[in-house]
Design a protein around this ligand. Structure first.
Ligand SMILES: NC(=O)c1ccc[n+]([C@@H]2O[C@H](COP(=O)([O-])OP(=O)(O)OC[C@H]3O[C@@H](n4cnc5c(N)ncnc54)[C@H](OP(=O)(O)O)[C@@H]3O)[C@@H](O)[C@H]2O)c1
Length: 309
């Protein structure tokens, strides 16, 4: 089936979370006709111009009705909620949607060994496998891998990836020299919009982008230099963080395990969060992502936002 070259109608699925909000706003700014779906239990609403829908995520018929007439579904289900996209994918295919962007937005879940990673990575990979089964129905997909939302992680201050900048504390994992790709949420939104405008190049493929590559030690030295004060430094190991996270998950304590699991996955030297530079370069060229962003600039923005400088 021929793909329309211009996408006008976009629905953000599971739009009530942090990334969903950022996408709704960015898509609206860029002039797309934007709809948003949340579960009935989420009372979030967007301003005029965004059509709101409520549906349970296993309600196939309601989702088909919502997706009919839509060109693309951009999904932003939470890290541990990937499976809630399965019915939405079936519904998108049935409704004749052209492009589905699954809720990826992190490390490289296409890695062969990812099934041995903490479950959220394998669950995201399984969603792409499910999308592949819909290609024959005309539903195309693009899986956008962006590394770490660096500024979110620094701002959050819950210890994810070792940072608590409010207290001036950091836990350095292993040597602190493990490189990782990182993207600002603005860059993730720009890439998402560029995918919707470059349908042929991005059809049925993983796309890798970043804002820049960093290490913990580089970040620590940027923070200390810009704030003009030393941080209190402790040390840990990515493998220990992952074990603690998996144990918490076994006990059903998803919230408690989240930070250790993410930390133990990102700093794993297995390249989950460090993409091939030539792949990133290729995609940034195709998507014309020319915005200049660097470590010092992002660190300064975060510190200003938190009134720490
Ligand atoms: N790379 C990074 O550093 C980074 C950082 C943060 C997030 N991410 C990724 O970005 C994506 C979105 O993350 P987010 O933080 O914006 O997500 P979130 O706020 O945790 O959740 C987004 C939405 O997912 C739905 N959801 C969550 N738990 C659910 C459950 N148990 N059952 C059914 N629906 C559920 C909810 O939909 P409703 O709207 O219906 O309530 C929620 O609003 C994820 O893929 C995440 O892994 C990456």
């Amino acid at each position: 089936m021929a793909i329309p070259q211009s996408i006008r109608n976009v629905v953000v699925f599971a739009a009530g979370g942090g990334l969903g909000r950022a996408f709704v706003e960015a898509l609206q700014r860029e002039g797309f006709n934007v709809s948003a779906v949340t579960r009935p239990s989420n009372s979030v609403s967007y301003g005029p111009g965004v059509t709101m829908h409520r549906s349970e995520y296993d309600d196939f018929d309601t989702l088909v009705a919502i997706f009919r007439g839509q060109d693309a579904v951009v999904s932003t289900t939470g890290t541990f909620a990937a499976k809630y996209q399965l019915t939405a994918i079936d519904a998108a295919a049935a409704a004749g949607v052209r492009r589905f962007l699954p809720s990826e937005y992190g490390g490289n879940t296409s890695l062969v060994g990812v099934t041995s990673y903490p479950p959220f990575a394998a669950e995201k990979k399984a969603i792409v496998e499910h999308l592949r089964t819909k290609e024959s129905q005309g539903l195309t997909w693009t899986s956008l891998c962006v590394g770490i939302f660096f500024s979110w992680v620094l701002e959050e201050g819950k210890g994810t990836l070792g940072w608590d900048i409010d207290k001036g504390d950091v836990t350095i994992y292993d040597s602190g020299n493990q490189e990782f790709d990182t993207s600002t949420v603005d860059q993730v939104a720009r890439a998402t919009i560029a995918i919707l405008r470059n349908l042929e190049e991005t059809e049925n493929t993983y796309v890798f982008i970043n804002s820049f590559v960093a290490t913990q030690n580089q970040t620590l030295s940027a923070l200390e230099r810009i704030q003009g004060k030393p941080y209190k430094v402790s040390h840990d190991f990515w493998s220990a963080a992952r074990s603690r996270g998996l144990a918490a998950l076994e006990r059903g304590e998803i919230e408690a395990g989240y930070h250790d699991l993410v930390t133990g996955t990102i700093y794993d030297p297995g390249h989950f969060a460090l993409f091939k530079a030539e792949e990133v370069g290729k995609w940034k060229k195709i998507l014309r992502l020319n915005e200049k962003e660097d470590l010092d600039g992002v660190v300064t923005d975060v510190l200003r936002k938190k009134y720490l400088i």
